[in-house]
Each structure stands twice: as structure tokens, then as C-alpha cells.
Write a protein of this length. Sequence first.
Length: 157
Amino acid sequence: LIVTTTAMCLELIAVMNTTLLSMMGPGLALRGPDGSMHPAVEGMVFEYNTAYICFVLGLIAFHFSAALFAWLMFTWDVAIFVSGAIVGSLYMLMRYASRVFNRFRCDEVVTGRFTGEETVPEQAQVPNQRDLASLITGQQQILGGYSSEQSALAAAQ
């Protein structure tokens, strides 16, 4: 009973966490105060990891609970067969999850934060943020299409 309850609780935590994450994370990023994008993305990455761990642990606990039920309710020969089927099922699920996880895994964490390393070549050696802001402002003026308000904000940085 304890293992089954633990499995249900872990799975409910995973469902609740992913539901709240999908509703509130983008809301904070898009409609929150200025500077909310980075905390929202970093928080979503942390909560994603928490939900994933809870889901995997709940899945393992569910399979363990089913194996315990088989050993409590059936004869040993039936329980061995059921336990083998449960272990095989868990193996196939973990193999499938690993394949999907590796297919969509990012090698480095993408946060959406611009540090300037994306646009400045290594040999440019920009010494500080003010010089970087002036480079960006110069590029914006060359490309055109920016309002004077945006240019003033970039120059103020």
C-alpha cells in the first residue's frame, strides 16, 4: 500500500508540475515585469527536471507495486512470470524514454540570454559592456529600421 501510494503521489506531482509549468512559465516570460524572461526560462528548466524525476520515480514505484501485488496474491510460479513481464515492461519503457530523451536533448543549456559572445568574433576583444552596446548601436544604425527611441535606449546602456 505504501509503494502504491508513493507511486500515485509522485505521478500526481509530475502531472501537476507540468500543468502549472506550461500555464505559468510562458505567462511570466511574456507578461511579467521587465527582465522576467531569464528567470522564467531558468525556472522552467529547473521545474522540468523536477517533474521528469518525479515521473520516472513514480513509474518505477508503480512497476514495483505491481510486482509486490503479484507476489502477495499469486503462487510463486505465476508471480515469477508476472514479475518477469513487469521487469521487461519497465526495461522497454526506460529504453524508449532514453531514446526520446537523447533525441531531443540539448548539449548545452539554452536560456535565451544574450551575452554578446554570439555576435562578436573572438579576435574583436570587446573589453566591457559599454563598448559592446556601442557596437550594437552602430550595427542597428547601419541596418536601419529602428526607431529613435530604441537607438536612445541602446545608447543609454
